[in-house]
Design a protein around this ligand. Structure first.
Ligand code: MN
Length: 231
């Protein structure tokens, strides 16, 4: 087919131990999925999971052992970090039961759900969509994907974030309110998942602002670190 102008190149994430990359379809994100983060945002209790999306081209793909660059975004004075476990879907489906979820997972990565918190809070107050606070350019840094079989026990892994070498976030994936399998069950009831989808599973407590010049290092035990410099 001939196009009016060149289509955008596919967005892809490198995979450990593979020469082939993971082509990204959609990015789903789970809101308030750790209790102590829900509390710091002014909410309590276990509510049904809720979701928002980021376009695939908001990814900042950081290859193994490298430090990525994220430009400080426009319109905000309160850019927050949210360290998250990211699930890479290898096989699509709808109405996937939690007990079957593992069959649909290709692997895992460390991601950052960067957030223009001031804009998100304005939108929340007005009952408007979060897009401007969440789905902005370069808002989704991600490290390499580790295939499921090599990822270890990710559901019980330490998760953390350091900024300029100091601890900001530290928790365990076991504290997810809705675990990975339950998240896939809920998500696939609302959308048909496709191979290439990424799911940012939510952040633990400790979210706070970063500024130009900061270096963020995100970790999930068993996966490659994610290092990002704010430029
Ligand atoms: Mn998040």
């Amino acid at each position: 087919m001939d196009y009016l102008f060149s289509p955008q190149a596919p967005i892809a994430v490198p995979v450990n131990g593979e020469s082939l990359s993971f082509p990204v379809h959609r990015i789903y994100c789970v809101g308030r999925n750790y209790e102590d983060h829900a509390k710091e945002m002014g909410f309590t209790g276990r509510e049904p999971p809720f979701f928002f999306l980021k376009p695939a081209d908001t990814l900042v793909v950081v290859p193994k052992g490298q430090t990525g660059a994220m430009p400080y975004p426009s319109l905000t004075t309160n850019l927050h970090h949210e360290i998250e476990l990211v699930v890479a879907i290898g096989k699509g489906g709808k109405n996937i039961q939690a007990a079957d979820a593992a069959k649909h997972i290709f692997g895992y990565a460390v991601g950052l759900d960067m957030t223009r918190r001031d804009l998100q809070n304005d939108m929340k107050k007005q009952g408007r969509p979060w897009c401007i606070g969440k789905a902005f350019d370069h808002s989704a840094p991600i490290g390499p994907i580790t295939p499921l079989a090599q990822a270890g026990d990710v559901n019980n892994a330490e998760i953390g974030l350091q900024v300029n070498g100091a601890d900001r976030q530290r928790s365990n994936v076991a504290k997810l309110i809705w675990n990975v399998a339950e998240t896939i069950e809920h998500l696939s009831a609302a959308w048909e998942l496709q191979a290439g989808d990424l799911i940012y599973t939510g952040t633990p407590e400790g979210v706070a602002a970063v500024v130009q010049g900061d270096t963020l290092v995100g970790t999930v035990a068993g996966l490659d670190d994610l290092s990002v410099h704010i430029t």
